[in-house]
Design a protein around this ligand. Structure first.
Ligand SMILES: [Zn+2]
Length: 474
């Protein structure tokens, strides 16, 4: 409001001073003065979006040809803000510009009716308030349903190829040229530049360079929650998707997938329905559609999971019920399910999936929030594998990772996914003590952030953080 007020005041001052007010000059002056008054705006995304949309409108309005001007006035703000949104969100919204046109006419009456309903005096006619409120709600519902429908169209929400400020600059220069061009040949040239630059983030980064024999396991720092990525060559399986209620968790999962150029997951496996494991599933479903989703029966029964399971089915993604004895594979990633039992109709932590995962030469134990009861049953069966790496159950809670269980799995490394100062006190010092007593080098995501474990060329197990070398907890 302050910024808009300042801009209007400036334009009025120019007019009163008899200087006229060329639109582009006015916008430039306003942007300059706002940046002088508030330099932090230079880093504000909302400011950049406002300036680019306003600039596009101002430039489009200078076109003399009426029909061409009308077309540009509708399309320009969407085209100007799209490169910024791709960089800001890392995702594509290819239908955004198209769907804005038919919906725009509904926006003003929705807001106007809403304001009437809110601001109408109490002594005024009740029918006016209820009619305006009802109409505003109905129009808002129409807008929301339309936007949600488009959000499910193919390509919506897909992870974009990583692009940076240079790409944004090329897009904006191309658009500015298109808006200012007076001659047909220049228009064609700039339209080609806008089209070509717009297509760049849609095409996936080539994966041919990926070494088909290399495999790694990545615990993504999603705070309190879990999301673990197994990558082998071109194939990737995501175990759990973090908590969708935490913005940093949402960003962490998508950033890691984007950083690795993963545009399609072989599978998304969700260990159980707790929101800190399953919450991000809907987002992942849109950003990097998996070939199939694997869940235990308890997730199929859980009301919260219905939303994203239904969406998966609508998108044509198969949903597999996983129970003990089931196997799955994607390239050199192979999984064996050891919990829950197939007839399990319980709910709660012990219905979580427990998996023996192999990615290339890497052998990993990973589970949801199973406790000692499940570990005891698996120990009793005497068929636990020996693994290189343990992703500690239940975020390092003392209810998991018993001494006998660690002795059976014999990992040399452990990763614990937990948030900084989480209210559950994860990881439990007793678990850290048990790991330390067995010389198991351990990293926690609260201290070491996202961690990646793989074998190097010499066959030694290595851990690394993207950009930072990890330090062991013990
Ligand atoms: Zn959990």
């Amino acid at each position: 409001m302050r910024r808009a007020g300042g801009a209007i005041a400036l334009a009025q001052c120019a007019r009163l001073a008899g200087r006229g007010c060329p639109r582009a000059g006015a916008l430039g002056s306003v942007v300059f003065l706002l940046l002088v008054a508030e330099p932090t705006l230079a880093r504000s995304w909302s400011f950049a979006l406002t300036v680019s949309a306003s600039g596009a409108l101002v430039l489009a309005a200078t076109q003399p040809a009426r029909a061409w001007r009308r077309l540009l006035l509708v399309a320009a703000p969407g085209l100007a803000t799209w490169p910024l949104l791709v960089v800001l969100t890392g995702r594509l919204a290819p239908w955004g510009v198209v769907v804005t046109w038919p919906l725009l006419p509904f926006l003003a009456p929705t807001l106007a009716c809403g304001w009437i309903a809110v601001l109408a005096p109490e002594s005024g006619p009740a029918w006016l308030v209820s009619a305006a409120g009802g109409l505003s709600r109905a129009l808002a519902a129409l807008l929301i349903v339309s936007i949600e429908t488009v959000a499910r169209w193919p390509g919506s929400g897909l992870l974009a190829r990583p692009v940076g400020p240079v790409w944004v600059g090329v897009c904006e220069i191309g658009l500015a040229g298109l808006l200012l061009a007076r001659e047909r040949r220049w228009r064609v040239g700039f339209a080609a530049l806008v089209t070509a630059s717009s297509l760049l983030p849609i095409f996936p980064r080539g994966t041919a360079r990926a070494d088909p024999t290399s495999a790694s396991l990545v615990t993504i720092d999603v705070g309190q929650g879990q999301a673990v990525l197994a990558v082998a060559g071109r194939h990737a399986v995501l175990i759990d998707a973090g908590d969708d209620r935490v913005q940093s968790a949402r960003e962490a999962v998508l950033t890691e997938l984007q950083r690795r150029g993963i545009r399609q997951l072989a599978a998304l496996v969700v260990t159980h329905a707790d929101r800190d494991h399953s919450g991000g599933a809907r987002l992942v479903l849109a950003a990097t559609p998996p070939n199939w989703i694997g869940v235990p029966a308890s997730v199929l029964r859980h009301p919260d999971a219905r939303v994203w399971l239904d969406e998966a089915v609508a998108r044509g993604v198969a949903v597999r019920r996983l129970a003990r004895g089931e196997r799955f594979s994607a390239g050199s990633i192979r999984g064996l399910v050891l919990n829950p039992l197939s007839g399990d109709d319980q709910s709660g932590n012990d219905t979580s999936l427990a998996l023996w995962l192999r990615a290339g030469d890497l052998s990993v134990w990973i589970a949801g929030d199973n406790g000692h009861a499940v570990e005891g049953r698996l120990l009793g069966e005497g068929r636990l594998p020996i693994v290189d790496l343990l992703v500690a159950g239940h975020h390092g809670s003392d209810t998991s990772s018993s001494g006998a269980f660690l002795d059976a799995l014999r990992p040399s490394r452990a990763l614990i996914s937990c948030g900084i100062d989480n209210r559950f006190g994860h990881p439990d010092p007793a678990v850290i003590g048990r790991l330390r007593a067995r010389n198991i080098r351990t990293w926690t995501t609260d201290a070491s952030r996202t961690m990646s474990i793989c074998f190097d060329e010499a066959g030694r197990l290595r851990q690394s953080q993207p950009g930072i070398e990890g330090s062991a907890r013990n």
